[in-house]
Design a protein around this ligand. Structure first.
Ligand code: PEP
Length: 264
């Protein structure tokens, strides 16, 4: 069965508990549940508990933005996936901001992905190259290394459930996403890595998102790219009208998809 498209709101280190609650309240009045679209909110750790009591799970699911790779112990300040599992269905892992500002290595990301899976949390594994790496024509190598290392402790079954997000670092936080041909090439390469390692069935089962300056006016173009199953949205997800428009855009894209399937 085809999995629903996915729209993930990465609120990063924005919003207090009160502000997050106000945003969820506005979103809940603006966003209609659509059968083919799953909407996931990733607030900071503090907001997860209160929001889990406030959301309607037919409308929204929750994700963590990170988690620690050991389940329990003397690790002051850390929050483990074993603790998060009561609250979230998903977790963003390996976001470029974590890799850059918190020095997360390929191996740390690998261990976090394995810890999430062990705790029945679906990883949303972020991969992507910097501007310099693209200029040096290293994009394929970077994506290869990030994917192969991150998935190396998983079984094929584990991998078939995960989500990959292509987030070119140079396109994050701007006003325009990467051009469709760039996204298409990267997504096809990402899918090829999964196919090479785990086979076609796993590749077909994995969902691949695009993230990087997703704004409502670009959604139709991005969603029409082959191999794309949804969006990871940063700054636009903090504005309820923009985020609702993005969700609507993804919903309309699923309707186009089923029209095409009916004709085919
Ligand atoms: C992100 O950092 O995951 C992201 C997609 O950010 P933005 O939409 O702000 O580019």
């Amino acid at each position: 069965m085809k999995k629903p498209k996915l729209v993930v709101a990465n609120w990063k280190m924005h919003l207090t508990i009160h502000q997050a609650s106000v945003l969820v309240n506005r979103l809940s009045k603006t966003v209609n549940p659509h059968r083919g679209v799953e909407v996931v909110l990733a607030p900071n750790y503090l907001c997860l508990q209160p929001l889990s009591n406030e959301i309607d799970r037919r409308q929204f699911r929750l994700a963590a933005q990170d988690g620690y790779f050991i389940d329990e112990g003397s690790f002051t300040g850390a929050v483990s996936f074993a603790q998060l599992r009561e609250l979230v269905q998903y977790s963003i892992i390996g976001h470029s901001e974590r890799r850059r500002y918190f020095d997360e290595s390929l191996e740390t990301v690998r261990d976090k992905v394995a810890a999430a899976v062990r705790n029945n949390i679906i990883p949303i594994l972020c991969v992507g190259e910097t501007k310099e790496e693209r200029a040096q024509r290293e994009t394929k190598q970077i994506l290869h290394d990030q994917i192969v290392t991150a998935l190396s402790n998983l079984t094929s079954e584990d991998v078939s459930n995960i989500v990959l997000a292509y987030e070119p670092i140079w396109a994050i936080g701007g006003s325009e996403p990467a051009k469709p041909d760039i996204i298409e090439k990267a997504v096809s390469w990402i899918r090829y890595q999964v196919r090479e390692l785990y086979g076609k069935e796993v590749e077909d089962s994995v969902r691949v998102l695009y993230g990087g300056s997703d704004e409502p006016e670009f959604v139709a173009d991005i969603m029409s790219i082959k191999g794309i199953d949804g969006l990871l949205v940063g700054h636009a997800s903090l504005n309820y009208e923009q985020f609702a428009d993005i969700i609507m855009g993804v919903h309309l894209a699923t309707l186009n998809d089923s029209d095409q399937a009916d004709k085919g």
